[in-house]
Design a protein around this ligand. Structure first.
Ligand code: GLC
Length: 743
């Protein structure tokens, strides 16, 4: 929030949860006169049907960039009536165009089905029983009455009796999902758009296969740079070079592992993007070089709003090249964000994305390692929009807040902003990812984003925006991240400690206890509360936080392996229990625990002053081992366990072999760190992956994938790749003894 000014979020949907009682539901006739087709492809063993809709008057299907380019999935067009075909495969599905800019789908939902996915929802795991609006919105004050948030990922999953099916509505316009909110057993999807779109239906298959198919279509994350999996420290804002230096010194002096320091908006000259403040950061490049010598990376925030300032080169250039969004009268659209009155690049145009990518070289030239794209819903301070869900249809182009030019398919066509709003953040990230590739060919980029559409995993990691230091937000981060993961996005996290309000020492530790298992691992907070670094709460808290962060680093070989697994199968890192145990009734209802990969179950304490909790461990007959103290527990039941502050709340599956790296202060020491394979139970097996953590060599065999097994002795077999290190490997046997081993 800007000091001294009233913050007015661009909340499209504030009122959207106000109930729309069933007797008020408008029933429309079908007016559709355009073209429909139904096509089928087998994707990862799943039957995927594509129902394409081209309304009358539209000549071509717009692209949302959601599909992975080059994915050679060939759809065969099915003969016959497309609607009837759809109704047959998605039993009882009806489709109609209800108004000029409104389409509706509806279909019955099995009584016992769970609803999952849909990107970032403020909800427990099961999304059933509510209306969910997808229209990217900056809502820093989200609570139970909020609906749309920062991301809009129209991938909904229905899980019933151990099998899942799913829908992907590939349109960047607002969508409303009514998931049986009126208890009439119906799913109703409203799409507020006048343009063409595709609706994909994924036929019944195990959940993991459905996620594999969706990510085969929309792409998977490449392996992130290893440093980006380390601990990141951020604050709005570390205001000057001296503060940043002190921060780096404190981490190293106190031996708290950390890889990345993050600069929020105050590094800029009066919030002008592509600048640094000469007074507070007199030698920006020098500072970054100095920190790099101590193995720190720098990530800088970049907002889309360009300060409206006649003398500012970026403003002048964008204006001259005509790259900013304009309103219906042809005037450049202006609103206030951090720099004051600002204009907004039209990322829907390729020319804008190329221009932006060139400008981003400023950061890479200065040695910045990663870019954090914020405020890219986009967020405005002044413009207030009417809540999307109060529209019956999308307003006419000329009545929208501003216009954009869509040149995705060649010649630019003018579209109302709302038609493509959900894509704005993703388009900014596409430009940013390409900028990084151009600046540092062969290096894996790191881009972080707040707003996102389907397919974002190809270009960026995500965090869930402005949470608060509330226990409820700590609790919600689990189901929220789980649904984000099922929506195709593996590299995700929330602000550890909470962004807004003030974090207590207890809350910080509880947040770190679970946060070490968030794929994206960053402590960030605003400027108003108390300092939130792990050393800001005194020696006792610091010591506990250090141990937890150290554990994160020791798990890096396992975490790298999970990213590799994602590349192969689309699996998220954080998985609901039902992902691995879909037939287990206890697992189905569980949203305060999760699986981190297939081998680690995390069951954190997320209540104030609570020292114990019930932990449900699946699979009767098996045994789980606490990561914290190696105590073992029976599977197939709940245990009431003591979990004092600072405990690592994780349990390892029997039969797993986990790779642990030796302690380090940053991933700069990773290559030298020895790795110990620890066997859980009397025997075990695992797939172990490693590569250089930096380059794309892994695409050409620059990796090593090992099959490991332990029963009487230790066996390792190279399954693929040819990467070699000089590090040492050890085996920790079930009896605790440790011996060197060769790979
Ligand atoms: C937004 C971001 C937050 C950031 C702040 C200032 O609220 O979500 O993370 O610190 O802007 O840039």
């Amino acid at each position: 929030m800007e000091a001294g000014t009233e913050f007015v979020p661009s909340d499209f949907t504030r009122l959207s949860r106000s109930p729309r009682p069933v007797f008020k539901r408008k029933v429309y006739d079908d007016i559709f006169q355009g073209r429909l087709s139904l096509a089928l492809a087998q994707v990862e063993g799943v039957k995927v049907y594509r129902f394409s809709v081209l309304p009358k008057g539209e000549s071509a299907m717009p692209s949302t960039h959601a599909l992975a380019p080059g994915s050679d999935i060939a759809f065969d067009v099915l003969e016959g009536d497309a609607r009837l075909g759809l109704a047959k495969v998605l039993s009882g599905c009806t489709f109609q165009q209800s108004l000029r800019a409104r389409f509706e789908f509806s279909f019955p939902l099995a009584k016992t089905a769970l609803c999952l996915g849909l990107g970032e929802r403020y909800s427990s795991l099961n999304l059933r029983g509510a209306r969910h609006t997808l229209c990217s919105t900056d809502n820093p004050n989200h609570d139970e009455s909020s609906d749309s948030l920062y991301k809009a990922i129209p991938f909904s999953i229905f899980l019933d009796d151990g099998l899942a099916s799913a829908c992907f509505l590939d349109s960047a316009a607002p969508q409303i999902y009514d998931l049986d909110s009126e208890l009439d057993g119906q799913v109703r999807i409203e799409l507020l758009s006048a343009r063409g779109f595709s609706f994909y239906y994924f036929d019944k298959a195990p959940l993991s296969q459905i996620v594999a198919a969706f990510t085969a279509l929309t792409g998977r994350s490449e392996l992130p740079p290893l440093w980006a999996l380390g601990h990141q420290q951020s604050r709005w804002s570390y205001p000057d070079a001296e503060t940043v230096r002190d921060l780096a010194r404190e981490f190293r002096r106190r031996r708290i592992p950390c890889d990345t320091l993050v600069l929020d908006i105050d590094y800029m000259d009066d919030y002008r993007v592509f600048t640094s403040d000469k007074g507070r950061f007199p030698d920006f490049k020098g500072l970054i070089e100095e920190l790099a010598r101590d193995n720190f990376r720098m990530v800088t925030i970049v907002d889309p709003g360009v300060k409206l300032d006649k003398d500012y080169k970026i403003y002048q250039e964008g204006l001259k090249l005509d790259l900013f969004c304009r309103d219906a009268k042809g005037e450049v659209f202006v609103d206030r964000v951090w720099p004051g009155r600002s204009v907004f690049p039209d990322f829907q145009m390729e020319a804008t994305r190329k221009w932006w990518a060139e400008k981003l070289q400023f950061y890479y030239d200065n040695g910045v390692s990663g870019i954090w794209n914020d405020m890219n819903e986009p967020a405005f301070f002044d413009t207030r929009f009417i809540p999307v869900s109060s529209f019956d249809e999308l307003p006419e182009t000329g009545e929208q807040p501003f216009l954009q030019r869509d040149d995705t398919d060649g010649e630019p066509t003018t579209v109302g902003h709302l038609e493509v709003r959900n894509l704005y953040g993703s388009m900014m990230c596409e430009a940013t990812y390409n900028a990084a590739l151009a600046a540092r060919p062969g290096e894996r980029p790191f881009v972080l984003t707040r707003s996102a559409f389907a397919g974002i995993q190809r270009h960026a990691a995500v965090w869930l925006g402005d949470n608060k230091s509330w226990w409820e937000h700590l609790r919600k981060s689990l189901p929220m991240l789980l649904n984000v993961g099922l929506s195709g996005v593996p590299f995700a996290g929330v602000d550890i400690g909470g962004f807004g309000e003030t974090c207590s020492p207890e809350m910080l530790l509880r947040w770190y206890e679970v946060g070490i298992f968030f794929p994206f691992f960053r402590n960030h907070c605003w400027l108003k509360g108390r300092a939130q670094e792990p050393f800001a709460y005194g020696a006792a808290v610091e010591e506990k936080a250090r141990r937890l962060i150290e554990l994160r680093y020791s798990l890096l070989p396992y975490i790298s392996g999970l990213f590799h697994e994602h590349r192969q199968t689309g699996a998220p890192l954080m998985r609901p229990l039902l992902y691995h145990y879909p037939q287990d009734a206890m697992a189905l209802n569980c949203h305060d625990q999760f699986m981190f990969g297939a081998d680690i179950l995390v069951a954190p304490v997320m209540e104030r002053a609570q020292t114990h909790r019930y932990v449900y461990l699946p699979e009767a007959g098996s045994q789980w081992t606490a990561l914290a103290d190696d105590k073992t527990y029976e599977g197939g039941r709940s245990h009431y366990l003591e979990m004092p502050l600072g405990t690592c709340p994780a349990f390892v599956r029997e039969g797993a072999i986990l790779p642990f790296a030796d302690a380090m202060q940053s991933t700069g020491e990773y290559e030298q760190a020895a790795i110990t394979f620890k066997v859980y139970g009397q025997q075990g097996s695992a797939v172990f992956f490693e590569d250089d953590g930096k380059s794309f060599d892994y695409k050409e065999g620059g990796f090593a994938q090992w099959q490991l097994a332990y029963s009487d002795g230790f066996l390792s077999r190279l399954m693929g790749g040819h990467y070699k290190t000089s590090r040492r490997y050890f085996l920790q046997k079930p009896d605790g003894s440790k011996i060197p081993v060769q790979l």
